[in-house]
Design a protein around this ligand. Structure first.
Ligand SMILES: Nc1ncnc2c1ncn2[C@@H]1O[C@H](COP(=O)(O)OP(=O)(O)OP(=O)(O)O)[C@@H](O)[C@H]1O
Ligand SMILES: [Mg+2]
Length: 333
């Protein structure tokens, strides 16, 4: 089945997740909005600490509690507001309707259980009442789906008996085992070498072609974004600052932060010796400036930028969904 971009399946609006610590309130996610369609691959990019993982965890209501709390916003999955669900209802939603592949595959498997048992653990609630043999068959099937060779033997293995790339696949198999409609892959590749990375991401895209699920890739890597994704959300200091179709963002980035990020990507065709880096540091999330958060690092910032946060404005030509939060786009008339 070919991948088809369908209806909006997930809609995040004005999400705020704060961490309440002894030292103050860390505004880890401070106004993030985006939507995701069936069959679509959306990238969330931004520097370390910009709130990408906290956004993803919030979608599943797995933000580190009790410190982190969702204080504002809405998260609608297939039209239902997830923030109105009880913990018990969320347990039925996680894995089955929305699933996450965690940042580090090495630590997301339990060393004392076999691969098969960890898969069964993930699927048994959905298939309550089935006997062990049929659960093992399902575990084997989900390993097949992520192209693990000799899956009948692999279910007997412990995590230390398989390679890093294979572990990553197993984590992927657990994530897809209950047939979710949305999968969030948080830096699925950091601890793997580049070839395995590419294979793994290609695999996720293949599974997407088969099942038309919606994917969110969280990454630092614009190369991955260009190859794998349809749309991009750029985050800076807890907020989305620009979003739109991949091609528009690459061809005409509108936010000075996105422009700087793209300049910092090494290009294949040019022989760049030194990586461009963005001067300055992101603001402290417990002491944010009043105006645009990028203003202290922005070459174009003026008084308005420093005093009031820019609205999200249309950046693309008419009819595109390319937007950015930058006062430079505010041309009256
Ligand atoms: N339990 C916590 N208590 C306080 N602050 C936290 C907690 N967890 C995360 N943070 C802060 O929230 C902010 C956002 O973190 P997050 O992990 O979402 O960033 P990220 O964009 O995923 O970064 P990376 O690219 O490094 O994975 C960071 O400044 C982090 O220090
Ligand atoms: Mg992260």
């Amino acid at each position: 089945m070919a991948r088809q971009i369908g209806d909006v399946i997930l809609e995040v609006e004005d999400l705020h997740t704060y961490c309440f610590t002894r030292f103050g309130t860390v505004k880890a996610v401070d106004g993030v909005s985006f939507s995701l369609r069936e069959g679509e691959a959306l990238a969330i990019v931004g520097e370390s600490g910009s709130g990408k993982t906290m956004t993803a965890l919030s979608l599943l209501q797995l933000q580190p509690r009790p410190a982190a709390r969702i204080v504002k916003g809405s998260i609608r999955l297939e039209g239902e507001d997830l923030l109105k669900k009880s913990e018990q209802e969320m347990r039925r939603i996680r894995g089955r309707r929305i699933s996450m592949i965690l940042q580090d595959p090495q630590t997301s498997l339990n060393p004392v259980f076999t691969i098969g048992n960890q898969l069964i653990e993930a699927i048994q609630n959905k298939h309550a009442g089935e006997d062990r043999r049929s659960l093992v068959r399902r575990a084997v099937d989900s390993l097949k789906q992520v192209r693990v060779a000799a899956p009948e033997r692999r279910v007997e293995d412990y995590p230390h008996q398989i390679s890093g790339g294979m572990k990553q696949r197993v984590v992927g198999a657990i994530a897809i085992s209950c047939g979710p409609r949305v999968i969030i892959a948080d830096e699925p590749t950091t601890s793997l070498d580049v070839t395995i990375q590419a294979q793994y991401l290609r695999l996720l895209r293949e599974i997407q072609e088969e099942t038309n699920l919606a994917l969110i890739f969280i990454t630092h890597d614009f190369g991955i974004v260009a190859k794998m994704c349809d749309r991009v959300v750029v985050m800076y200091a807890g907020r989305h600052v620009e979003s739109g179709p991949v091609r528009d963002i690459f061809n005409s980035p509108s936010h000075p932060y996105t422009q700087a990020l793209l300049r910092s990507v090494p290009s294949m065709d040019e022989d760049i010796e030194r990586l461009y880096s963005i001067t300055g540091q992101p603001p402290a999330l417990w002491d944010l400036p009043e105006g645009c958060r990028f203003a202290p690092r922005c070459p174009h910032a003026d008084d308005r930028c420093r005093s009031s946060y820019p609205r999200t404005l249309t950046a693309g030509r008419n009819g595109t969904t390319h937007t950015a939060a930058c006062w430079r786009l505010d041309h009256p008339g």
